[in-house]
Design a binder for this molecule. Structure first.
Ligand SMILES: NC(=O)c1ccc[n+]([C@@H]2O[C@H](COP(=O)([O-])OP(=O)(O)OC[C@H]3O[C@@H](n4cnc5c(N)ncnc54)[C@H](OP(=O)(O)O)[C@@H]3O)[C@@H](O)[C@H]2O)c1
Length: 431
């Protein structure tokens, strides 16, 4: 690789602008560590006049990022726009086809088009790096690709969305309701101000789980949607009852191989306060890997924000500058296969169920009788009446059964006029 390296940054939002400043202030360190001199020769965003925390050089600004690829001699391009399709996909495609190394923080793009884009990178013998797509500043992808590369990994799971983890932790600390804590998270910059839906409904964590599975299990990125649930139905009552049980609610992303089949999911879990994962709080992310011969490995750190994300983007860049030219998913696209999906209906688990019901005789027995009919036994039952409103919350912790049996059992509750809301379901997680 030549000595002087030309850089383009596409997207000057939260991440792009911070990275722009980091690259400018760390030029010397980068040269010391790699022997390469970097120069930002092109930048792009939608609006040149937008107020930004760092001054940008307007002489190198382009409205249309595709023009940069046509007109400039770029070696490394950072894609920091976001979204799985549209201009970000076009820019990455065009860059790879023009033999430009690409570094992206865009998990939606990689989770959806990662296989296709990685084939393009392989064909053109350039890098497509995406460390920043999973768990912010935690160098989890590089650890899987390099440090743990000969381990047989059978399971990867963790807290992959800092917004959700902050909201759940803050509801417990402040005893405040979901809507108020979400507003607080938005004020602090932990949740998207306009549309936090993708964080809250589990989609963001699921994109990360797909990328992790693919690297851990040397497989193509899965296309099936197994189970994606978020935290939007969690009530302060659930947080309080979990605390009574010495537990916490966490949104976990989990991927494992069961009988040679891939089982990927994102959903809320009740975890014991005595476990490692039960003590990862606030905006922190954590990833746990089960590998052979390494055993369990634990990674924890800040999962989002410009600082941690830039740290990962820069580590990708330094890896390229050191000449580490390699396949995006380590092994070639040809050797990565689709794994058969595990049938979620067979998954056996204990559940936490919260029913909101009319407080009148016979309602509880209708619920427990139906559970008994399906051989679902009750481990714990907590009933909290609200005498003023004539309603009650009934929380039941079940013994283990499979998802299909639970589904069939609960179907009867939908049309029961005494059950006022859809059941809140939280799965119990045993580490
Ligand atoms: N924020 C985080 O903590 C975080 C963490 C990890 C990964 N990421 C990922 O990093 C990426 C960027 O996130 P962000 O938070 O920085 O987003 P952001 O603040 O919304 O910034 C997006 C940037 O893209 C620019 N843009 C939009 N359309 C464009 C177009 N057609 N041509 C050129 N530029 C265009 C915007 O221009 P204007 O500035 O003119 O509007 C803006 O500068 C996303 O993929 C995200 O998932 C973010």
């Amino acid at each position: 690789m030549k000595k002087n390296i030309n850089i383009a940054i596409i997207g000057l939002g939260q991440i792009g602008i911070y990275l722009y400043n980091e690259l400018n202030t760390k030029k010397k360190t980068i040269e010391l560590k790699t022997g390469k001199k970097i120069n930002i020769i092109a930048i792009s965003a939608k609006n040149i006049n937008k107020k930004r925390p760092f001054k940008i050089n307007k002489n190198i600004f382009y409205n249309n990022p595709l023009q940069i690829i046509k007109k400039k001699n770029i070696d490394i391009l950072f894609e920091l726009i976001g979204f799985s399709d549209g201009i970000s996909k076009k820019v990455v495609e065009a860059a790879l086809k023009n033999k430009i190394h690409v570094i992206t923080a865009n998990k939606a793009l990689i989770a959806k088009h990662g296989d296709y884009l990685s084939d393009l990178a392989e064909k053109n013998k350039v890098n497509l790096e995406f460390e920043a797509t999973v768990a912010g500043g935690i160098p989890i992808l590089r650890s899987i690709k390099e440090g743990l590369s000969t381990n047989k990994i059978t399971k990867v799971y963790g807290i992959l969305n800092g917004t959700c983890n902050y909201i759940l932790s803050e509801m417990e600390n402040s005893k405040d309701i979901f809507a108020n804590v979400l507003k607080k998270a938005q004020k602090l910059g932990y949740a998207e101000p306009l549309n936090p839906r993708l964080d809250l409904n589990g989609s963001d964590a699921f994109s990360k789980i797909r990328i992790l599975s693919s690297l851990c299990f040397n497989s193509k990125i899965s296309k099936t949607k197994c189970l994606i649930e978020g935290i939007d139905n969690i009530d302060i009552k659930d947080i309080e009852i979990a605390a009574q049980l010495n537990m916490r609610i966490k949104l976990l992303g989990i991927s494992e191989i069961i009988n040679g089949q891939l089982f990927e999911r994102v959903h809320t879990c009740l975890v014991s306060k005595d476990t490692y994962i039960g003590n990862v709080n606030g905006v922190m992310n954590a990833v746990i890997l089960h590998g052979k011969p390494i055993g369990n490995s634990y990674f924890q750190g800040e999962g989002a924000g410009p600082g941690p994300t830039s740290s990962s983007l820069l580590s990708d860049m330094l890896s390229i500058l050191r000449g580490n030219i390699k396949n995006p998913f380590v092994i070639t696209g040809k050797n990565r296969k689709f794994l058969k999906s595990y049938n979620f209906n067979n998954y056996v688990n204990s559940l936490y169920l919260r029913f909101e019901v009319k407080d009148k005789p016979g309602v509880l027995s209708v619920i427990t009788n139906r559970l008994a009919e399906y051989n679902i036994s009750v481990k714990r039952l907590i009933q909290t009446p609200n005498k003023n409103k004539n309603i009650a919350s009934i929380v039941i912790i079940t013994h283990k059964s499979n998802e299909s049996n639970f589904k069939n059992c609960f179907s009867a509750f939908k049309n029961n006029k005494n059950i006022l809301k859809p059941i809140t379901i939280i799965r119990l997680y045993n580490e």
